[in-house]
Design a protein around this ligand. Sequence first.
Ligand code: APR
Length: 241
Amino acid sequence: RAGDPAAVRDWVRAARRIVVLSGAGMSAESGVPTFRDAQTGLWAKFRPEELATEEAFRARPQFVWDWYLLRREMVAKVEPNAGHRAIAAFQQRHPGRLAVVTQNVDGLHQRAGSPGVLALHGGIMEDQWLDPPRACCTASPPQAGRPPRCAACGNLRRPAVVWFGEMLPARELAAAEEAAAACDLMLVVGTSGVVYPAAGLARATRGRVVIVNPHESDLDDAADAVLRGTAAALLPGLLEE
Ligand code: APR
């Protein structure tokens, strides 16, 4: 169902409430590696169960911490791309009309100026306590280390991202489900659509579904239109006046 960008542009103009559901492909043109692209994806080089699970972190805290440190340093060096900027500019021109729901942890939508980003998988630049913090943990700043830890009880800091098998933040997920149910157009940008519940939002929405992705994705069958192109190349044309 190859889509026509001009028709999608008209759908954007006519839509009262738009949701952008973004995945790693949204940030590919900023230089952030995706997860499942054949050669370049992170999961082509590393095994997610060895790095992106609580069990892996408890087994090898320094190894996992260092991997996120590496990704954090890389994300700190990149910039939002024309796709992120086109979304933020649209939100600026039409307050409250477009909501961003992202699976990305890179914070690039936020850095581009998008307000109220619903980050379903957390943020890589933040960290949180591994175990529920006690008075000692919050009494003084964590002791520096890889990972940092509570000097009194040894509680570890961990990246504030959602690992495989973990629950998504309830507030963000509820808000995303609400936005998906209420929108009349959902732009699904740069996601393979294999991870739920995020991908489920594209199947639950009442609105028209448009996919922006240079390759096939698991959500193509749910789409009203598929635009075979990249985020930075297509979004400005779709969203600019
Ligand atoms: N523009 C748009 N889409 C792109 C671009 C681009 N420039 N480059 C690649 N893509 C597409 C790929 O074709 C692929 O379909 O982006 C998608 C990236 O898919 P994944 O790497 O699987 O990333 P994502 O869908 O966000 O993964 C979901 O899985 O690993 C976990 O928690 C992690 O949030 C992540 C989740």
